[in-house]
Write a protein that binds this ligand. Structure first.
Ligand SMILES: C[S@@+](CC[C@H](N)C(=O)[O-])C[C@H]1O[C@@H](n2cnc3c(N)ncnc32)[C@H](O)[C@@H]1O
Length: 241
């Protein structure tokens, strides 16, 4: 089965990965980070690549300006259909301009569209040619446009776990070099979790357990800094004016 079929099969079940309390709390940290970038840049045209079931799209919708134009894309038709069902009938259509099916690893990104803000959260890692995708994204960014994305860290517990679909791994320094070689400015890097995924999935329903997991993550962050041993590395990069 190829990865696209894999994601079609997962479909809306992907939401379940964020339903347990520890994962909800982790998701909140990730979304708050994205909100911070959005508030700083106030982008008008926004694209969410690999929108999945719309976790990031929803955040972009809620936290962008009223006149923002938001687009989403995914190569899994099931994900696209799910997002259309969740966003279109709720009156959000005015801000969410389109959600379309596209495999950005081998297709052109939306024709005639350029963006002030692009997100690709937990997405590029499913593409062996992710290094070649970054220059394509750069071409789609407006001057001063921002690209927020994640990649899993080779030097972390990510090495041992994935969602059943094999990820590509990298390091902070490899991505940094790649961005600099592309003439992009690296504005921020961080990570929110270091503990192996089993700590999140082994949730017994106790809020105290969820709080403990996130507390341990926080303490590890204080001692290890922003990215050391972080599993999913977040990068904020900007195209110079
Ligand atoms: C782990 S989900 C992440 C969803 C969402 N970004 C989030 O953080 O909740 C990854 C999504 O990326 C999509 N994806 C992966 N590679 C893609 C590609 N080359 N083109 C379009 N979508 C892709 C998958 O179909 C899947 O829906």
């Amino acid at each position: 089965m190829n990865k696209q079929d894999g994601w079609n099969e997962i479909g809306e079940n992907y939401n379940k990965n964020w339903e347990r309390e520890p994962e909800k709390r982790l998701s909140k940290l990730e979304l708050n980070f994205i909100i911070l970038q959005l508030k700083e840049k106030n982008p008008k045209k926004i694209l969410d690549m690999g929108c999945g079931t719309g976790r990031i799209l929803h955040c972009l919708f809620k936290n962008s300006k009223a006149n923002a134009k938001i687009y989403g894309l995914d190569y899994a038709q099931k994900m696209v259909d799910f997002c259309k069902r969740s966003f279109y009938p709720t009156g959000t259509r005015s801000k969410i301009k389109a959600i379309f099916q596209c495999d950005f690893s081998n297709e052109e990104l939306p024709k005639n569209l350029t963006f002030d803000f692009i997100s690709a959260i937990r997405v590029l890692k499913y593409n062996k040619n992710w290094r070649e995708i970054i220059p394509k994204i750069k071409n789609t960014l407006n001057p001063d446009g921002v690209f927020v994305f994640t990649m899993p860290n080779k030097v972390s517990a990510s090495f041992f776990s994935n969602y059943g679909i094999q990820d590509c791994l990298t390091t902070r320094s490899e991505v940094k070099k790649l961005l600099i070689d592309q003439g992009l400015l690296l504005e921020n890097t961080c990570s929110f979790s270091r503990l192996p995924r089993t700590f999140y999935t082994f949730f017994n329903g106790s809020i105290t357990y969820a709080k403990l997991i996130l507390f341990i993550e926080k303490i590890l962050g204080i001692f290890l800094g922003k990215t050391l041993f972080g599993k999913e590395l977040f990068f904020v990069t900007r195209k110079p004016r």
